[in-house]
Design a protein around this ligand. Sequence first.
Ligand code: DGT
Ligand code: CA
Ligand code: CA
Ligand code: ZN
Length: 599
Amino acid sequence: EFADLLEATGVEYKPTAYRRAAENVREHTAPIENLAGEGEAAVAEIDRVGDAIASKIVEYFETGEIEELEALREELPVDMAGLTAVEGVGPKTVGSLYEALGVTTLDELEAAAEAGEIREISGFGAKTEENILENIPFARESRKRTRLGDARPVADAALSYLADLDAVESAEVCGSIRRWKDTIGDIDLLVASDAREPIVEAFTGWAEADATIEAGSGKASVRASGTRVDLRVVDPDEFGAALQYFTGSRAHNVAVRNRAIDRDLKLNEYGLFDVSDVDGAGAEDGGAEADDRRVGERVAGETEAGVYEALDMDPVPPELRENNGEVEAAAAGELPDLVEAGDLRGDLHTHTDWSDGGFSIAEMIGAAADRGYDYHVVTDHAAGPGIFGNTGLDEPDIAEQAAAVEDAVSEVDGAVLGRGIDDGGGGDDADDPIAVFHGIEANIDAEGAITTDDDALADLDLVVASPHSALGQDGDAATERLVRAVEHPHVDVLGHPTGRIINSRPGVSPDVEAVVAAAADAGTAIEVNANPARLDADGDTVRAAVDAGAAVAVNTDAHSPRELDNARYGVHTARRGWAETADVLNARSAAGLREFLDG
Ligand code: DGT
Ligand code: CA
Ligand code: CA
Ligand code: ZN
């Protein structure tokens, strides 16, 4: 926020310094409040945190605010996050709009654009005004939902807090977070216990809850990290039915409930009941529901699997519960054997300090080895459109990095060059070496050409090609572009296909069927970029890829060891796309991967 406000008031350089510092504070292993307690010098030990920023951090922990930031907020009283959510509106634009028109909110921005006032500001124009107007609905919509990657850690923390309470028999997340949707309206939690009141009390007293929204008998809602968290407490013998009900989606529940009705059964959040002897109880969603909700003989409800089994279905993995054929598949015993987090054997898209990553090649290999991976692919940015300044590697850099990868491999215990191994490397034995491959993240230009020379690409083990520029092009152009890219003989993986940033930029909208069909034909994998800001390809695109027979690669695009942990977001997104282990390229052995690359 400090950086944005500085930038909006026309300050140069400093915003970048603040953002870099913020990033390194976030990545730092010791809690910042501990360092601040030790004083400025301890805080300034953090890379890229200078004395000035360190003193502000200490000021914040000592006084609860930063004087200079408060002054900036007064000078520029704008809803910065709301306004910059509009694509094409950065902090500088916010500053100009405030100065010229006094715009502080999204609503005021919209009114100004509609009144034609923005085009009158110098440096703006009719086209800019149109773009702003066009992008406001997306910004407004996206502001309402929380990214999975922001909500999931909150849900995990709440869940472990609740699970540790004495009176709690079982605790689970439900709702969209259990289905691993890419954005979350609110977090839903379910607890089985005979003691409702103490649990509600403990929940509203949770240290990470910023406010209580409501608290009643057996249910409560709090706000934590800006997201609403709903808790329901149910009887232990009704936990399975409640879990099934509150996991949703609504469309899935309707389909399952209809299956119950067909069998003279009644399904609700309290259980599955045989109502064949009860008059009229099969009538759905009537106002009298509350009165006859536990009517008839109970046939299931203690476990969720029991509910599905009593309906002659295999238990449906939460990620599939969107009423997209999973009810029929479960009834036919034909659910997919979904990929699991433990199936991943390596990451095919990672960065180092050779481009915009923060860690050395050896550090990243070491981190991958620590995770028990069988292989690791170094794919720094190639220079090209959309890659900032000299962040990317040109052809001579790539050759130089090849030697550096060899050096790093010789430095890291248990690392071997992937290209040299002949036994496939990395079996199930924990002592097996980690095979290291040298790749690149090349750029796909607006027309679909790869902007690195073929000769340089040919020397690499693996090429991820991604769109980083022209992300506003129309759907047909995007289709042509991506089809051409996947057909490029040296391209192995199509990286973050749309270029979307969730809640911030929609990315391109190609004809997905055409792209995945071309990828399947060309033997190019479709990436599920596991960075929770991207989740690109999304579940629907994965499903199309799997149906077309294209391989899927679940990659973190990690710029630090910690970001390798994002793999789970990619795995669950792949599961939302019905991906089986066999569909996932980096669930194959090193030998299998090499076979794919050579084929
Ligand atoms: P969200 O929070 O917008 O990301 O999406 P959900 O799916 O978490 O929706 P939410 O939080 O409103 O409710 C959680 C689940 O509870 C939902 O997926 C299905 C179930 N549920 C809630 N209300 C109803 C309802 O009126 N009818 C049915 N069939 N299911 C409901
Ligand atoms: Ca929810
Ligand atoms: Ca909810
Ligand atoms: Zn990229």
